[in-house]
Design a protein around this ligand. Structure first.
Ligand SMILES: NC(=O)c1ccc[n+]([C@@H]2O[C@H](COP(=O)([O-])OP(=O)(O)OC[C@H]3O[C@@H](n4cnc5c(N)ncnc54)[C@H](O)[C@@H]3O)[C@@H](O)[C@H]2O)c1
Length: 331
């Protein structure tokens, strides 16, 4: 397969927004391992513990070619200084308000951070003639859909949360700026990423903690809703491949390409913990989609992306980290 790869030289400076978060911190580590200089922008907000986020960066902070800048996407002056001073060769944009359900409680915050914050990044990419941008969207843009698997070419996007709608609006804004500037702009749509340092508000973390402590798990719906779960190292492989892809405007699903039912996920976690779960069934929550399943053939064909870690193996790795990490106490 002839990939349109145009490598960013490994001694370049890269800007990673949201680099203290779950995904961003793993990406920073991978890029530092590859020899890049990494500038990480994050506002360390309290959506979940800022101490937890700071701990995510422990390994990166020990590296000379890593620089942390505390600041917000909404501070255009700070961003402009950063672009000017650091002259990054590419931007990997992960910073966002990430929860689906909280977006129903505070849609304005989601619209501001995920919408205007992304627009600020796009404006500066235009001003500073950036050649490559990775924009992290979400599988939530597909919304409530019954035809599976979900493909990038699907004509109907049906987001059912302010989070999903803001991500979709920003994808469109990315498309506009790509056509205005001609930069290579790759939109990646993650499908439920999990693994060590998982956000503590996400189901896998919460279920693990509850089963471990012998507490009953509130399971929304009858357990038949299903998600395509993507292990973090597979996802970071996809990000890295997207970073080196030059194809104008392109959207890529990055998923595991298998769906796992919620009830089966709970049993997989309980097996890894070797503890029995107590389940309390509750009504479905608004904003939750019934099913996600990624068609990853485009990422496979054009990027060479290939997820390797099965859900049982990934959950075992997560549980091993959960048991050994001092970070868990900060949740
Ligand atoms: N984890 C998943 O399964 C998943 C699925 C789909 C999409 N995504 C997207 O991937 C990205 C990373 O998600 P994550 O799970 O690592 O979430 P996360 O909350 O751990 O990381 C996001 C980071 O962005 C930072 N941030 C938020 N607002 C900011 C602002 N105004 N200025 C600067 N920094 C700000 C946060 O402090 C945080 O460290 C997000 O864009 C999210 O929407 C994640």
């Amino acid at each position: 397969m002839d990939f349109k790869s145009e490598n960013i030289p490994h001694n370049s400076t890269l800007l990673v927004t949201g680099g203290a978060g779950f995904i961003g911190s793993h990406v920073c580590e991978r890029l530092l391992d590859r020899g890049f200089r990494v500038v990480c922008l994050d506002d360390l907000n309290d959506y979940y513990s800022p101490d937890w986020k700071w701990a995510n960066l422990e390994k990166s902070r020990s590296c000379e070619s890593f620089q942390f800048v505390r600041g917000s996407l909404l501070d255009l002056g700070l961003l402009r200084n950063l672009f000017d001073r650091e002259a990054p060769s590419a931007v990997l944009h992960f910073a966002a308000r990430a929860g689906v359900r909280p977006s129903l409680r505070d849609p304005k915050l989601y619209e501001a951070t995920n919408g205007r914050g992304t627009l600020n990044i796009l404006e500066l990419c235009r001003e500073f003639k950036m050649s490559r941008l990775i924009y992290t969207s979400s599988s939530s843009v597909y919304g409530e859909r019954f035809n599976m698997p979900l493909r990038e070419t699907d004509p109907i996007m049906n987001p059912i949360s302010p989070y999903g709608a803001a991500k979709y609006a920003s994808e469109k804004m990315c498309q506009v700026y790509q056509s205005l500037t001609g930069m290579d702009l790759n939109v990646i749509r993650p499908f439920t990423v999990y693994g060590p340092r998982q956000r503590p508000d996400m189901a896998i973390f919460k279920f693990t903690r509850m089963i471990d402590r012998g507490l009953s798990i509130p399971l929304f719906g009858d357990g038949s809703t299903a998600r395509d779960y993507t292990f973090i190292s597979d996802f970071v492989d996809g990000v890295e491949k997207a970073l080196h892809f030059a194809g104008g405007f392109r959207i890529f699903n990055l998923g595991g390409s298998h769906s796992t039912r919620l009830i089966d996920l709970v049993h997989t976690i309980s097996k890894a913990l070797d503890k029995k779960p107590e389940i309390e069934f509750q009504p479905t929550q608004p904003g939750d989609v019934p099913l996600t399943l990624a068609d990853i053939s485009r990422a496979r064909d054009e990027l060479g992306y290939e997820p390797k870690i099965s859900v049982p193996e990934g959950i075992q790795r997560f549980v091993d980290w959960y048991r050994s990490s001092a970070q868990v106490g900060r949740a």
